[in-house]
Design a protein around this ligand. Sequence first.
Ligand code: NI
Length: 167
Amino acid sequence: MSLLEIVKWPDPRLREVCAPVAEMTPRIQALAADMLETMYAAPGRGLAGPQVGFMGRLFVMDTGWKEGKPDPLVCINPTLQEVGEDRATNFEGCLSIPGVTAEISRPSRVRMAWTGPDGKRFVRSFDGFGAVCVQHEMDHLDGIVTFDHLTAEARAALETEYGAGFA
Ligand code: NI
């Protein structure tokens, strides 16, 4: 296993829509293992393909490890099956936008289906931070980052805080 370099905003790869992963190959399994290792080392609770330069629909997450309840998930070709009507607002960070947290409102409960690295199909409901993480990581597969959820004013303020040269 090895640590991967994390792509930082405003790298254009973070704006691309990712393609479905065609096959669960040993290469994909090794990539997923490296992504989990990279996520834990960062440290973070979610990491999506484009954040390590892989433009396929794959992300890893573990919302419990920081509290001593590890629950590593490798989610390939994920889809949302159900989205609850209630919303919740949370502060979200992103390993590709270090040092910045954005206040974002999202549905507070979602049901996601995905394929694991061994080809097995999973369906699970998520609420709380799990629902936030699932939606944040799925956003990455569609070229969406936290900034894209903000008003123009809030976005401008955070982009200034982030300090990169935005065109
Ligand atoms: Ni992120």
